[in-house]
Design a protein around this ligand. Sequence first.
Ligand SMILES: Nc1nc2c(c(=O)[nH]1)N[C@H]1C(S)=C(S)[C@@H](COP(=O)(O)OP(=O)(O)OC[C@H]3O[C@@H](n4cnc5c(=O)[nH]c(N)nc54)[C@H](O)[C@@H]3O)O[C@H]1N2
Ligand SMILES: Nc1nc2c(c(=O)[nH]1)N[C@H]1C(S)=C(S)[C@@H](COP(=O)(O)OP(=O)(O)OC[C@H]3O[C@@H](n4cnc5c(=O)[nH]c(N)nc54)[C@H](O)[C@@H]3O)O[C@H]1N2
Ligand code: SF4
Ligand SMILES: [Mo]
Length: 742
Amino acid sequence: MTDRRHLRTCTLCEAMCGVVITTSGPRVTGIRGDPDDPFSKGHICPKAVALQDIHDDPDRLRLPMRRTGREWHPVSWDEALDEAATRLTAVQQAHGRDALAVYLGNPTVHSLGAMLFAPGLVRALRTRNRYSATSVDQLPHHVAAMTMFGHALLIPIPDIDHTQHLLIFGANPAASNGSLMTAPGVSDRIKAIRARGGRVVLIDPRRTETAALANAHHFIRPGTDALLLLAILHVVFADGSVRVDHHASYLNGLDDLRALVSRFPPARVSAITGITADTISTIARDFTAAPMAVAYGRVGVSMQEFGGLACWLISALNVVTGRLDVRGGAMFTRPAVDILKADQRSPDGLRFGRWTSRIRGLPEFAGELPVSALAEEIETAGPGQVRALLTHAGNPVLSTPNGQRLERAIASLEYHVAIDFYLNETTRHANLILPPTFALERDHYDLVFHTLAVRNTAKYSPAVFERPDDARHDWEILNGLTWRMTGTRAARVKAAALSLLTPRRMVDIGLRQGPYGTGFRPFGGGLRMQTLEQQPHGVDLGPLQPALPGRLRTADRRMQLAPALLLADVDRLEATLTSTHLSTSDTPRATALVDSVTDAAVRQQSNGVTDGSLSLIGRRALRSNNSWMHNSERLVRGRNRCTLLMHPDDAAARALCDGNEVRITSRVGVVVVPLEVTDSVMPGVVSLPHGWGHGRDGTRLSIANAHAGVSINDLTDDQRIDTLTGNAGFSGVPVQVAPATA
Ligand SMILES: Nc1nc2c(c(=O)[nH]1)N[C@H]1C(S)=C(S)[C@@H](COP(=O)(O)OP(=O)(O)OC[C@H]3O[C@@H](n4cnc5c(=O)[nH]c(N)nc54)[C@H](O)[C@@H]3O)O[C@H]1N2
Ligand SMILES: Nc1nc2c(c(=O)[nH]1)N[C@H]1C(S)=C(S)[C@@H](COP(=O)(O)OP(=O)(O)OC[C@H]3O[C@@H](n4cnc5c(=O)[nH]c(N)nc54)[C@H](O)[C@@H]3O)O[C@H]1N2
Ligand code: SF4
Ligand SMILES: [Mo]
């Protein structure tokens, strides 16, 4: 058998590392970093091996499966697609369009075929019950981008390779490999900031792997970033450090922002955030003094009850300090396939709150409802009750708040179709599973992550293996359901035409129409599919470039520094200053404007250790990825990573020792895990990773089930959300921790 060498982009996380995959016949024989990839330059992480492990995984489903009772039987593709379409349509015919809900999970955005074909299916379903992982992740970043810049995807990206000062709120790129900041080898890029004399500052309730790369790390009480940011902005305005000249002709809201932040001097937020007033001033002044600087935040700021405000204020900080749209600051990308351009909707401002969820009245965003509302929409009888579900590339039982409640609700559905290749905690309840091909069997172009990358590049990866005759790509499954579920002949013809187009041809069209494209001339300079195929390591299109005001998509083509929607949410935040909401139960509140609080005093004030509840946060590990990379022996071997981290003071107060089994209790549930005592978490805060909680009956995950762990989302609360955006408020869930034996 001849050995072959294939060049690809790894699709497991957002970093887009170039990989060289060697194969011998049907077998993968090696995966390594591609030193000639102009973006990743040879970098890979330990997870890359999962491309092989999942490809070879005997537990991976390859044929459609129908459940009868507890038994699963293979069915043919035509039979399965017909049945799925017939049954889902029947529920809609009997109970109305909204009786069918759809949930798109995270890997949807890592699949070219799904990115191109899922939207068509979702449209065809014409239900308002659309959900996705967005509302347990980055929704607040979209709301901030939409309200400030006019499009949910106009998220400014840190120009990490040029900046001299990186201020990070709630992100751990050293473990996550970077997010809303595609930057392969991100740890090296962070080290390079310091090597060129710059500074890296991290705000995080845990002293993380990224803290080890930073010049300074400050603990923050979970959920209080928006208050900290208001105080940082207060210092910027009070010092006269505002620099907005280059945006002056298209900037709205500067005076509104100034008036707002004047109410939040550092001393006012110091006790609640756990950061002294002096430190807050220093963070602000170091930021404004740096020759180039950028503030960046990720899930630590979006998965909290004030996520919308925090994400807005991070961008506002970049704007007022003159860090937006300049080298070394926060910049907009110019992707080779411009998915913003493809989004032909008029720049009509907000696509937010046009309708609300039936039970709790939560706002729609870009046509989606918050997944925190899904369980109650299934459970509550009445017109519009959800009775059937289509899940695609998602595991909401483990990944969304109050997972046990959602699991019970899903188990009660009339009908559930899952498009997924694992029989996992969610799909085990499906009536039918439609398993698509996995990464190595399909071609790839990253529509999303080129749009969010720290450098403009483009790369096309052909499939490593041809898909077996009896397998289907996700786009084939999605398209197959779409045309079966759209009534009209015209819709069928359109769907049939689209399937002829294929993802590869669609990317070609996107490239030609894109900013570097050839247009439709057969030859000539510029990008089209053939150009990419001739440069299989990828094409470098240069560093990020200033793009304003041209790139703005707001209705008036102006940048909104103080969007009304966000301003209106500040009262809710301000109320936390005088309530116990964001504190552990025995943490004294900041009731007065104290001029200066010492470090020790703050530490004591924010140190809720005696009988009170602790504030639960999550955690990511380099060798894991959400809920679906635990069936790779190579990734799960070694010590148990599903442990609760607790500060020694909090452990001592509860007479707990390292290695003890502890019972964690929240409003919604209880789990038992081993304890790890460490001063790397802030006093009053405990940390548990998400994505675990395997070992459930009827799943087919032999390795993951042997390393089951517990699900943090059996503790997180579906009622605890950012009421502005609807995003889950995972950070800071109050929990009690006691010995498991008590
Ligand atoms: N290895 C690995 N890589 C991944 C993933 C994975 O599961 N494993 N998941 C991928 C996905 S889907 C995503 S969205 C990205 C996420 O990418 P990141 O956001 O970089 O991921 P996290 O490691 O969760 O970092 C969030 C940090 O916020 C901190 N934090 C928690 N609450 C607060 C708070 O209230 N305030 C502040 N300031 N900080 C807080 C946490 O301690 C944590 O260190 O990672 C992606 N990459
Ligand atoms: N408490 C807490 N909860 C969290 C988080 C947290 O930090 N803390 N993180 C949140 C974040 S950032 C995210 S993104 C969500 C993720 O939430 P989900 O997207 O719901 O869950 P995943 O664990 O990513 O599950 C992905 C599923 O897709 C399947 N899959 C993988 N590739 C493909 C494919 O190409 N096609 C198809 N059809 N299926 C595929 C896998 O088998 C798996 O079942 O979890 C969120 N939940
Ligand atoms: S960092 Fe790891 S998982 Fe992410 S793209 Fe690179 S190799 Fe793949
Ligand atoms: Mo995510």
